[in-house]
Ligand binder design. Structure first.
Ligand SMILES: Nc1ncnc2c1ncn2[C@@H]1O[C@H](COP(=O)(O)OP(=O)(O)O)[C@@H](O)[C@H]1O
Ligand SMILES: [Mg+2]
Length: 488
């Protein structure tokens, strides 16, 4: 009897060793009820059932959770430094003068700071449920973070101007490198986790906002150092402005007009060229010029106007109106901030459109967005470790079978053969996408960026009438002493 029980126990024990934890097996029927798990999906299901993703350098049995010595005993003990935009531009000294020593010190600081910041993020990712981090897209992010951490940590000490020159080149390559895929991977990972019920929606939104804010800070630190190094090398003796070079004076009206031109182009592409377009009225402080990051401003206004244009045209077609309703942008400036109120008369946000501020929204919307991400031209969600560590093997295998797996979708592998990752400036690529590709993340992303810049994004919708979307951006010249870059 006891032998039997033991024997049964043993069998069950053996069984459980070989069967992956059930929570790691995605429920494909939930994701797509009409598509059975047939031969087409089988290889991908198999892949997602592995305890660890195949070929991953850092998410594997030996490394994951084990390589804590460097993290815990060294880097996690150090706290990231909060800093203001003024400190960023002047590097801890009260003048804008560019000296050899200042440039070298700045390089030293950036090398250490980035390693510390990456270490904290890696540790944070390790605290997530393993089924989340084991998601194809999150693995890519984790791999990339670890890789960046190692590269910063191991970069030779910066002692001379030459060392710093090499470091600046290295920074440039990091910015343009596969790192630029992290943004789409983060969002796609979040969408997949929503679809598969792997992590609560509100926590996922929080996680993503935090990671995105940290990403903005890191990129600012890196870009500013590249910029001061370039300024110094070009013979400049002073760093321009209190905010440094990466911030520029932007004309509000010009940015609005640019964004609206892009919207008009996309509408004509989506429908037909002679479709009447909504009139755009700009009023208020139309001469406003203010210092801001050009790409962020372009992205923010682009996404918001796009929603208004999209809704206005749909409303025009739905109602069979004589012409589309106008879109009115009001610019307001006060001491503290610049405000943009974008008013449309497109019927308001539909009642059934829940969680418009969330990255995943509903499961149905997440599936739709994910599908569009997969079709986005230029976004090649290649597997990094395939690319970096198994390049030779991958290219010979690619002819026979797909070797890229995402948790949920078979992906085209033809574009990998070029070997080049084209998604260089993710924000720009997002905003340049065709109207066909609704990603469902516009408002969620814009809220992160607006809040980062001491602002806000709100939407006031009157069902059956229209929507006022208000974008507030903090006056950076006023707040340049605020410890803005503390978001790690
Ligand atoms: N100006 C607007 N008028 C009507 N609905 C809007 C407007 N702005 C946003 N929405 C609603 O909010 C949703 C989320 O917008 P967004 O986050 O930009 O994602 P996407 O535009 O890709 O769907 C939209 O799908 C739409 O239903
Ligand atoms: Mg949108």
């Amino acid at each position: 009897m006891s032998y039997n029980r033991l024997n049964n126990g043993l069998i069950r024990f053996k069984h459980s060793v070989h069967t992956p934890n059930i929570s790691q097996i995605p429920n494909f029927t939930k994701y797509c009820p009409i598509r059975p798990i047939n031969e087409e999906l089988a290889p991908y299901v198999h892949e997602t059932m592995n305890a660890y993703p195949r070929g991953s350098k850092h998410v594997n049995q030996q490394h994951y959770y084990h390589n804590r010595t460097v993290l815990l005993h060294d880097y996690l003990r150090k706290k990231p430094h909060a800093m203001s935009l003024l400190q960023l531009a002047q590097y801890y000294d009260d003048s804008a003068k560019l000296t050899k020593q200042k440039i070298i010190n700045s390089g030293k600081f950036v090398k250490e700071e980035l390693a510390i910041r990456m270490a904290h993020k890696i540790f944070m990712l390790q605290q997530l449920p393993f089924s989340v981090i084991n998601n194809f897209h999150f693995v890519q992010v984790y791999e990339s973070y670890y890789n960046i951490f190692e590269r910063f940590r191991k970069f030779p000490a910066i002692r001379t101007l030459d060392d710093n020159y090499r470091f600046a080149e290295f920074l440039k390559s990091i910015l343009q490198d596969f790192n630029s895929l992290n943004l789409p991977h983060l969002v796609m990972g979040a969408l997949e986790c929503t679809i598969l019920d792997l992590y609560p929606q509100d926590k996922m939104d929080e996680l993503l906002s935090g990671l995105l804010r940290a990403r903005i800070s890191r990129r600012l630190i890196v870009e500013e150092h590249i910029s001061v190094t370039a300024n110094f090398l070009s013979g400049k003796e002073e760093n321009t402005l209190v905010l440094g070079d990466i911030f520029q004076e932007c004309s509000a009206t010009e940015y609005i007009l640019d964004a609206s031109r892009a919207c008009q182009k996309f509408i004509q592409e989506m429908y037909f060229e002679s479709l009447p377009l909504p009139e755009l009225i700009i009023n208020g402080d139309t001469d406003l010029k203010f210092y801001f990051l050009p790409i962020h401003l372009k992205y923010l206004l682009g996404e918001i106007l796009r929603n208004s244009y999209e809704a206005t045209i749909k409303d025009y077609i739905r109602q069979g109106l004589k012409k589309p309703q106008p879109i009115v942008v009001t610019i307001i400036k006060n001491e503290e901030s610049s405000l943009f109120r974008i008013s449309d008369r497109a019927g308001g946000v539909p009642h059934n459109d829940k969680n418009i501020w969330s990255f995943g929204k509903s499961k149905e919307r997440a599936s739709e967005s994910l599908k569009n991400f997969h079709m986005l031209p230029g976004l090649q969600t290649v597997s990094l470790y395939d690319h970096l560590y198994h390049n030779k093997r991958a290219s010979t295998e690619s002819a026979n079978r797909p070797y890229m797996y995402t948790s949920l979708e078979p992906m085209s592998h033809t574009n990998l053969t070029t070997g080049k990752i084209q998604f260089v400036k993710p924000l720009v690529r997002f905003i340049e996408r065709s109207y066909r590709y609704r990603l469902g993340i516009g408002l969620a992303m814009c809220k992160v960026y607006a809040e980062y810049w001491n602002g806000d994004l709100t939407s006031h919708s009157i069902q059956g009438y229209g929507t006022d979307t208000v974008l507030k951006l903090g006056n950076l010249m006023n707040s340049n002493r605020k410890l803005q870059l503390d978001k790690v």
